[in-house]
Design a protein around this ligand. Sequence first.
Ligand code: TGC
Ligand code: FAD
Length: 390
Amino acid sequence: QDTFEGVDFLDLDDLLTEEQKLIRSSIRDFVKKEISPYIEDWAQNAHFPYEIVRKFGDVGAFGPQLPEEYGGGGLDYISYGLIMQEIERGDSGMRSTASVQGSLVMYPIYKFGSEEQRRKYLPKLASGEYLGCFGLTEPDHGSNPSGMVTNFKDMGDHYLLNGAKMWISNSPKADIAVVWAKNEEGRIHGLIVERGMEGFSTPETHGKWSLRASCTGELVFDNVKVPKENLLPGKSGLGAPMMCLDSARFGIAWGAIGAAMDCYESARKYAAERIQFGKPIGGFQLTQKKLAEMLTEITKAQLLAWKVGKMMNEGTARTVHISMAKRNNVEMALNIAREARQIHGGMGITGEYPIMRHMMNLESVITYEGTHDIHLLILGHEITGIPAFK
Ligand code: TGC
Ligand code: FAD
């Protein structure tokens, strides 16, 4: 029995298989039980609930799109998207933990790793025994990762890694980091760096007003000796991390719908209950306009995500399609969070309702995995053939 209580104005469930609906229900139930009752406290207290890592492993939230042979779920991309949607209905920071692990740590090890690396790391990452993080962004190279300065030298029997990464989700608690660094020829490679390696530290970033239940930090490499077998041999160049980002950005396009649904549902209920001037505020035209537009935008976003998901399954989705979905759906969710905040009046700023937390979270989501404007430029490049990045 599907217990989903989501927003489905156009009966888009019609587009989903029974298996996809079942997966959505099980994650929905998990989020209701393990995240929603506690998330406000975690966020208010800037607490990352480390025990959620094992629980995500148990429920199959890590690498659901990867083969079962390596601990993945063997599921299709629409199922993966639905899992991200349900988790982000709970909280974007929780979805960050899951999408980094699945798309940015497990995916590159699966796609570019040696068989030995796959067997060594993937089952532990899938079960939540290990937590991973992905180091691409640097203090001076965010939107422009190809300018990175983190580098490694071949020392004969090992590599020597130096540099620093910034704004890294999961880093303070991660057991391993997939780190992107340049070799002596300036070519980008992925390296697996393990906690405990001498010269490797992960200072936490404090004072965030956004994604407060997710832990974020730096990765600092001070002459870290990395064994040669920790280099990902399958692909080099910026294209390698970009392929990981395609998978994670796709998950965010779905995740944002979850946050938007939660805000819409809360606003719809509040509008029915809150009485001003002798009637529910939902009876005023201006409130109805807000709710009608929210429902329309969620429905359009659902169609966009579903179609890109179908293309992912068929192997025809390109970065530009994913950029359009990520960009549109995150902006949609942020606009809905802001409008929902208005509908809740003063109550909208409190932790009694999920709105303000979603709104602040989405300010990160619209920036990470390629900023809103970078995705616009990716689309602009596609339309005109002229790159406007530099
Ligand atoms: P450009 O010249 O376009 O490309 C360089 C090389 O990369 C190849 N490439 C791709 N290959 C496969 N898939 C893709 N999606 C690819 N995109 C690019 C490209 O073909 C080329 O290959 P080659 O062989 O010709 O050298 O690169 P550019 O330097 O001009 O940069 C383009 C730009 C700006 C679009 C790109 O750098 C970009 O997307 N910047 C945004 C950076 C970003 O998204 N960072 C995300 C960091 S991770 C993160 O935020 C995680 S948060 C997770 C969470 O908590 O949930
Ligand atoms: P900048 O690149 O300095 O951009 C600043 C502004 O300039 C933006 O508005 C941008 O759109 C604009 N801009 C930049 N270049 C151009 C241009 N060519 N044309 C027009 N406008 C431009 N990174 C990781 O590697 N791993 C992670 O796990 C990770 N997690 C994160 C978690 C959080 C909470 C946050 C906030 C970030 C995370 N990031 C992570 C980093 C994230 O990907 C970067 O913040 C993002 O790519 C933007 O880089 P920047 O912050 O350096 O901004």
